[in-house]
Write a protein of this length. Structure first.
Length: 254
């Protein structure tokens, strides 16, 4: 059962600048800015006590205000979205024992169930610093695509490693049994106190090579709980993907 003294707060980092898709949070999907779709979905999650957009751009802040959302203005010089998340968690003034869920601002179709799935382990185990979701890969091309991060984990579902390479490597591909591959979904939950610790740690060696922030936590000895979900989520990285999301919604999918 959830501790009544612990709040679960969603923070949605949203930058205007993007190499592949500038202004992405404001791009319209069925007449609404993408950031509005994300905020409205988050507001429908009963577990969340608060939904806050973290941005460094006044245009995004004005947009969030226009549909009655809450935002905090963060510094423009953050190296990563996690740094922006940590600053936002400080600005909203929540307790170090509260749980922060990082919802990506480019996933306008995320299922509400995934918020409960990612936050529940920390609510049930106060000693757990962070958790994230994984999804069983069913398309072979994702195994070899470096944009789809793979993970392996122990018998207690604590991550052992994340990689852009196919892990595990099958030494004898002629064998009848092939390994199961799991793709990491970019949805995290953190104990707020650990989030501040995390961003204070120096960059890890494996993080530097793989360009995966979560490896920093593992390298410094912190556990990451991975939760297997049946729910995939469509990320919007390009205008073409935005059109696909809009077509999906126009077909009557929710």
């Amino acid at each position: 059962m959830q501790n009544e003294n612990v709040d679960v707060v969603a923070i949605i980092p949203a930058r205007y600048d993007s190499n592949r898709f500038p202004g992405k949070p404001l791009a319209k999907i069925c007449g609404k800015p993408m950031i509005q779709h994300v905020v409205e979905r988050a507001r429908n999650v009963d577990l969340l006590s608060r939904v806050v957009v973290a941005t460094d751009d006044q245009r995004i802040a004005d947009c969030v205000t226009s549909f009655g959302g809450e935002y905090v203005m963060t510094r423009p010089d953050h190296v990563s979205g996690t740094d922006r998340l940590a600053e936002a968690a400080e600005l909203v003034g929540i307790s170090e024992h509260d749980v922060v869920v990082n919802i990506q601002g480019d996933q306008p179709l995320f299922p509400a169930e995934v918020i409960e799935q990612v936050a529940r382990p920390i609510l049930d185990d106060p000693a757990l610093p962070m958790s994230t979701l994984i999804y069983k890969i069913v398309r072979n091309e994702e195994i070899y695509d470096p944009n789809h991060v793979k993970t392996v984990f122990d018998r207690d579902n604590h991550a052992l490693y994340f990689s852009r390479a196919p892990i595990p490597f099958q030494r004898h591909p002629e064998e009848d049994i092939s390994p199961t591959y799991y793709r990491h979904l970019g949805l995290y939950a953190y104990k707020k106190g650990f989030l501040l610790t995390f961003v204070s740690l120096p960059e890890g060696e494996w993080e530097r090579f793989e360009k995966l922030e979560q490896l920093r936590a593992l390298e410094y000895g912190y556990k990451i709980k991975v939760i297997l979900t049946d729910h995939d989520s469509i990320e919007v990285d390009t205008p073409e993907e935005l059109k696909r999301v809009e077509e999906y919604l126009l077909q009557g999918n929710s």
